[in-house]
Ligand binder design. Structure first.
Ligand SMILES: Cc1ncc(COP(=O)(O)O)c(C=O)c1O
Length: 384
């Protein structure tokens, strides 16, 4: 694994989200291969990652972006370019004219939304290709918060909503049912789509298989995914295949650097107070929940000092643990939370007025460049 020299880390202001350029290039090479060997176009899902300073690099490999709102669509049009697929659980009347100015593809979550906006789309000077989100009746995701196919889901049409005829004017389907999933879940998804929506496939122009394809994870069987996509293409050569992953693009490409502000021993563990907050800066850790990897830390063994990492907000549950280190922590020590690019950065808040982490990049030559620092004015501007 690539190691960052300590002297470089010392130059980074704390707290700071740091993107590692070399690792992003490695991930993009995976998608270059997938697009070269399988008949598929890959887009970046902005909801997972929209750090636009990286777009010139990502754009060399990916065909475009997918947006879930008018603001993401505007950012994609301004900073990414290429193909733009927009999908939202429901569009607001006042946003649609702008969306139509940006999007190449617009996907609706329901027939009622499609019918509501159909006249506007048909009058548009450059109408987008229209799609519907389907519920493929299968998801491997066990956590309800992240399972789009849970019972009574609001996301996507089930076969009984669609009947036998593809609504007029609809060109494609979007199916998003995976989350950090493998190629076998992709294969099963396609089987479910054929089983439940097979009668529409002869008429479809495109099929967007959403996100959740963790192709950049070490264990992902890329050759198998390529075979699965090719086999589907051989059965339906007229259907353009699209993927819109988010997490996989920036999987393990950066970290959140923080530093120890105080150390509070209790009878059974030692509380560490950091200059970052789980609830404000790493909310998925509490929502999923999961315990993030800290560089150089390990699971406490019997007899070792147990550290609990505490956030800088006043929320009682703003902590995660337990961790152990091979040395005693002191005020000023740097704590590095690994793999904090996907979703973490886009979901941050300024709850409690806690200092918002800066954003920067570690270049391939190990130099650090600061892209953004936040100020009191940023905090104030969100409130009025
Ligand atoms: C419709 C849609 N597309 C793409 C994605 C990106 O998924 P991931 O970041 O897991 O690849 C999501 C995530 O929620 C989604 O809802």
């Amino acid at each position: 694994m690539r190691q960052i020299r300590d002297v470089v880390l010392e130059t980074i202001p704390s707290p700071c989200f740091v993107l590692e350029e070399a690792r992003l290039e490695q991930n993009l090479a995976v998608f270059e291969r997938v697009q070269r060997e399988a008949p598929v176009r890959v887009l970046l899902a902005f909801k997972a990652f929209s750090l636009f300073h990286t777009f010139p690099l990502i754009r060399k490999t990916l065909h475009g972006a997918s947006a879930s709102s008018v603001w993401e669509a505007q950012l994609a049009a301004e900073e990414f370019g290429g193909e733009l697929h927009v999908y939202s659980p429901a569009y607001r009347e006042q946003d649609m004219p702008s969306i139509l100015g940006y999007a190449s593809h617009v996907t609706f979550n329901s027939i009622s939304q499609w019918e509501r906006f159909r006249p506007l789309i048909e009058r548009s000077p450059s109408p987008p290709s229209v799609g519907l989100r389907i519920n493929p009746q299968y998801s491997p995701v066990e956590t309800a918060l992240y399972n789009p196919c849970q019972p009574s889901t609001r996301l996507g049409l089930s076969p009984e909503h669609l009947g036998n005829l593809l609504p007029q004017g609809v060109d494609g389907f979007l199916s998003h049912n995976l989350c950090e999933s493998d190629s076998y879940a992709l294969e099963k998804t396609l089987l479910h789509i054929e089983r439940f929506f097979g009668h529409f496939l002869p008429e479809l122009k495109w099929l967007n298989l959403g996100g959740g394809h963790l192709m950049t994870d070490k264990g992902y069987d890329i050759s198998h995914a390529i075979d699965v996509l090719r086999a589907f293409h051989n059965r339906y050569p007229h259907i353009e295949l699209i993927l819109e992953p988010g997490s996989a693009i920036v999987w393990e490409t950066g970290f959140l650097l923080s530093s120890v502000q105080d150390i509070l021993p209790t009878s059974d563990l030692t509380n560490v107070i950091l200059d970052v907050s789980f609830t404000a800066h790493m909310p998925d850790c509490l929502e999923m929940p999961y315990k993030p990897v800290i560089r150089g830390a390990h699971e406490p063994q019997k007899g070792e000092k147990v550290y609990r990492m505490g956030g800088s907000s006043c929320l009682a549950g703003d902590f995660l643990g337990d961790y152990a280190f091979s040395y005693d922590l002191s005020v000023g020590d740097r704590i590095i939370f690994e793999d904090m690019m996907h979703y973490t950065m886009v979901k941050t808040t300024m709850f409690n007025g806690v200092v918002h982490p800066s954003i920067g990049v570690l270049r391939k030559d190990d130099t650090f460049e600061l892209w953004r620092q936040f100020s009191y004015e940023d905090y104030r501007a969100r409130l009025g």
